[in-house]
Write a protein that binds this ligand. Structure first.
Ligand code: NCD
Length: 329
């Protein structure tokens, strides 16, 4: 049992000072080395996650404010759990029903909360592209993007990478298919950027209506191939990552029907058989069973890493807060 992580080699070895950003807005601005710094530390925390006595307390007396302007279950909860496991105090504010609905501007809401709570970090999810960047310009603490519109969801991509690395031992050279509603998905965008920076081979699989016009800024197109056919796209892949259709950001009529979508793009065990024999299935959640994924695949005892992803959300967010909040301790 390690109660004081500061004494352990792997904890000390992580070179937090080589991570130079104040905020985590996206994967776009991170170097491969910086991505690996977060994954290494997340891996350290993942190893100790089941040890309830492991209470590093490195964020003692610090306040983490979570601002969710959009629905969330796993992301908000895992940020809260991560902050608490590091000893921070957490204030969660659900802004779906807030003063904003009374006409208050985003700037006024943020300035009010900032001056009331004096947070040491702010975690924000917002339906508008660029909202976390905007907030980072009007507060004096680190801002962590927990998903903005279809732009980026950096901690999801990092926890996905941690999950892949813990399963296969490496990311470079792995063939990873990302399938479904690529055009409206911030998870797909952050993953395409991260995985190509770490030199994985990314297969992007989507019907033409859900294929993005261009690849996200920061991704390396030399590592990306696009496919309209699911079976062709997942053939020989190590990882098949399925995505939810982002109906909240999708124009009506882009998909004929959910049944027709499942027929062509839903992952079943029959289709998964075209991937490598030891391939694994991932999904950021929430899943729409019977639309993009069949029960037998989602619940597969060895091939599905979906619950492992959820679990890895906590150590990943611990690593991100540890690194970004290093100034105050
Ligand atoms: C994703 C999101 O909110 O972007 N969920 C998550 O954070 N695990 C994906 C989604 O909503 O489909």
């Amino acid at each position: 049992m390690i109660n004081n992580p500061k004494n352990t080699d792997s904890f000390k070895k992580v070179n937090r000072d080589a991570f130079t950003h104040k905020h985590l807005i996206g994967i776009e601005t991170l170097s491969p080395e910086e991505i690996n710094i977060i994954i290494d530390l997340a891996d350290y925390y993942a190893e100790r996650l089941d040890d309830r006595a492991f209470k590093p307390n490195i964020l003692k007396d610090q306040i983490v404010l979570t601002l969710f302007f959009e629905d969330s279950t796993r992301t908000r909860t895992s940020f809260e759990m991560a902050a608490k496991r590091l000893g921070a105090d957490v204030v969660n504010i659900d802004l779906r029903t807030s003063s904003l609905s009374k006409g208050e501007s985003l700037t006024d809401t943020i300035q009010t909360l900032h001056s009331m709570l004096r947070p040491d970090a702010i975690v924000v999810r917002h339906s508008e592209y660029g909202a976390p960047t905007f907030i980072s310009q009007i507060v004096d603490c680190p801002v962590i993007n927990a998903g903005d519109s279809w732009h980026e969801h950096p901690t999801q991509a990092i926890l996905d990478a941690l999950t892949i690395r813990r399963h296969f031992g490496e990311i470079k050279g792995k063939k990873i298919a990302i399938c479904g509603d690529i055009a409206h998905s911030r998870v797909a965008a952050s993953n395409m950027i991260l995985l190509t920076k770490l030199e994985a081979q990314v297969h992007v699989v989507a019907p033409p209506a859900l294929m993005p016009q261009k690849f996200p800024a920061g991704s390396n197109s030399a590592f990306i191939q696009t496919y309209e056919n699911l079976i062709e796209g997942i053939t020989d892949c190590d990882v098949v990552m399925m995505l939810r259709n982002q109906k909240e950001r999708m124009q009506a009529g882009l998909i004929e029907s959910e049944d027709a979508f499942f027929e062509e793009y839903g992952l079943t065990s029959e289709k998964l058989a075209y991937a490598k024999k030891d391939a694994v299935v991932m999904h950021p959640g929430p899943m729409n069973r019977g639309v993009e994924i069949a029960d037998e695949v989602a619940d597969h005892p060895t091939q599905s890493l979906i619950l492992e992803q959820v679990r890895n959300g906590v150590p990943t967010r611990m690593a991100v807060m540890d690194i970004l909040m290093k100034e105050n301790r």
